[in-house]
Design a protein around this ligand. Structure first.
Ligand code: HEC
Length: 270
């Protein structure tokens, strides 16, 4: 048996045991535990308060990074929801599972952790890929951070442990990559990568991405509605031209091509 299979089994048995202990009398533990362990995702989603989960995401950022913030704030909300049929499964997930995703995966600056954590939560509840596309595009094309955190604090009843900085500049990253989007922001603002200003920007981006993700999940849960996905014009034009999966030169990306490639290769009018 390959090593990966063995560790996956141990991991799942561990989860089952935790669920069993929390949920049922001792005598039933084994049966209940294996029943719980056998349940693959998707696990049930129940409607959550986008603002409350977003606030939590802002806080979790400072403890576990951006991917953990977007992932765990949603997991925790579902774990605390007694109306959720899979509450105990959600509650069995450990904290810090997504700490690896901080800094674009352990400081590699690849996919932004907020995209990573949000996409994981979306797929864990079985929502379609449109929602993943929508949050990926939201990250790249929204001036971030929004003033959502400041408005939430101003509304009262919430005093975050880390006081948000006022009136921070926003920037459209035009990419889902951590390195490129943070560089765009630090270049524009003059603040250093790794400094308190950048952390403030990313904590607020966690708030924004989590709020967006929960809003999309709520809408999907309530009506089955899927967001309209409009890729960057370059991605659309280049894909329909030649680079779709079925084109003459297929490329596996939905990212904005012009964020890396010279646009005079394929000029596109936006
Ligand atoms: C994050 C940066 C990035 C983005 C975004 C990106 N690419 Fe690329 N692409 C690259 C790199 C790097 C290469 C490899 C270039 C090389 O080795 O010469 C490449 C290679 C290619 C090639 C092969 C070029 C050749 O000469 O064989 C094509 C075609 C291509 N990309 C199309 C696209 C299209 C279409 C999109 C948008 C839908 C896109 N790329 C988005 C970075 C990117």
């Amino acid at each position: 048996m390959p090593e990966s299979t063995i560790s996956r089994r141990n991991f799942i048995v561990g989860i089952g045991a935790a669920v069993g202990l929390a949920a049922v009398p001792l005598v039933l533990q084994d049966t209940e535990a294996s029943a719980a362990a056998a349940k693959d995702i998707p696990w049930a989603y129940t409607t959550q308060d986008p603002l409350a989960v977003a606030k939590r995401s802002y806080e979790v950022y400072y403890a576990g990074g951006c991917a953990e913030a977007t992932w765990y704030s949603i997991v925790e909300a579902l774990a605390n929801d007694s109306s959720n049929p899979d509450q105990l499964l959600w509650a069995s997930l450990p904290k810090k599972l997504f700490a690896f995703g901080g800094g674009g995966i352990s400081g590699w600056g690849t996919v932004c952790g907020t995209c990573n954590g949000s996409a994981a939560a979306i797929k864990a509840v079985g929502a379609p890929n449109n929602l993943v596309d929508a949050v990926m595009l939201y990250y790249a094309e929204t001036p971030l951070p929004t003033n959502g955190v400041e408005l939430a604090v101003a509304a009262g009843g919430w005093t975050p442990a880390k006081t948000p900085r006022p009136n921070v500049p926003t920037c459209v990253g035009h990419t889902q990559l951590c390195h490129a989007s943070i560089s765009a922001w630090t270049t524009m603002t003059g603040f250093a990568d790794g400094g308190p200003e950048q952390q403030d920007r990313c904590a607020k981006a966690c708030f924004d991405m989590t709020k967006k993700t929960v809003e999309l999940l709520n809408e999907w849960k309530a009506t089955g509605a899927l967001p309209t996905v409009k890729l960057d014009p370059y991605a659309t034009a280049c894909a329909s031209d030649c680079h779709s999966a079925k084109g003459i030169a297929p490329q596996k990306t939905k990212m904005a091509c012009d964020s890396c490639h010279d646009t005079d290769v394929h000029p596109v009018v936006k």
